[in-house]
Design a protein around this ligand. Structure first.
Ligand code: SAH
Length: 248
């Protein structure tokens, strides 16, 4: 069981697999006023940077579930590096339907809300692991400006314009689901550059090392077109943020 190989190639050198920079991740942890010993569940935990740094900085106890074997291994290595392996656990597997044995104070899904079939489904899935009064974290794209055409939405890796909302609409949707938005930290274009542009060097090095791989043609095509495409579309149209929610 694994995610499509292209992601394991293009994001193999990423510690954070979303447009957040390390300082944004730290800001989010500070914004949540995490107390030492708080249990955190992270569905789609990637390479574990959120749980590992929050374990180090705020003393949280974390569990992450991720379908990428590579990212999960990287998360375990990172936990060792930061000296928090006794506080965090990383499980390789499908997080769809995953509910923790013990209730948690923070239940998160950052940049992987397809795991619960969309934002609302993921909020409901996370709620099954959350203690009363706990915080749900959702990391999700939104439109900074509406794409004028469906073709432009597709250039932003959206299936259609309706896949994402404008920021006020996204915040309102949490309210409609019965949740207060109690904090948010938004990515900026520098963060998007760190996420997207970091893939280019990784892909280039991978291509140089694996010219005969069956995916080499696809990776070459992506590396050739992605920088211009990204600058013209996603960088201008797409925002991303993490929203902290508490049930009303
Ligand atoms: N939250 C992490 C990773 C975001 S990228 C971070 O912010 O760094 C999306 C992640 O979802 C990837 O790590 C991918 O491997 C994982 N993923 C995709 N489908 C999944 C599934 N069904 N179950 C668990 N993880 C999944």
């Amino acid at each position: 069981m694994d995610i499509p190989r292209i992601f394991n190639i293009s994001e193999s050198a990423h510690r954070i697999h979303n447009p957040f920079t390390p300082d944004k991740l730290a800001s989010l942890g500070a914004a949540l006023r995490l107390e030492s010993g708080t249990r955190v569940l992270d569905l789609g935990s990637g390479s574990g940077e959120m749980l590992c740094t929050w374990a180090r900085d705020y003393g949280v106890i974390g569990t992450g579930v991720d379908m990428s074997q590579l990212f999960t291994e990287q998360a375990k290595t990172r936990a060792d590096e930061l000296g928090v392996a006794n506080q965090v656990k990383f499980i390789h597997g499908d997080a769809a339907g995953y509910v923790s044995d013990e209730k948690v104070g923070v239940a998160a899904c950052l940049g992987a809300t397809w795991i619960g079939g969309g934002v609302i489904g993921t909020i409901e899935l996370l709620a099954r692991s959350l203690r009363t009064g706990g915080i749900t974290l959702i990391g999700e794209p939104y439109w900074r400006q509406l794409p004028p055409t469906e073709a432009i939405a597709k250039e932003c890796h959206a299936g259609s314009i309706s896949d994402f909302l404008l920021l006020p609409e996204l915040l309102a949707s949490f309210g409609h689901a019965g949740y207060d938005v109690v904090e948010m930290v938004l990515a900026d274009q520098d963060g998007w550059d760190r996420y997207e542009a970091a893939k280019w060097l990784t892909m280039r090095r991978w291509l140089d090392a694996n010219p005969d791989d069956e995916l080499a043609k696809d990776v070459r095509a992506k590396l050739t077109s992605d920088p211009e495409r990204y600058a013209a579309y996603a960088r201008e149209y797409l925002g991303w943020g993490v929203f902290a929610l508490m049930r009303r």
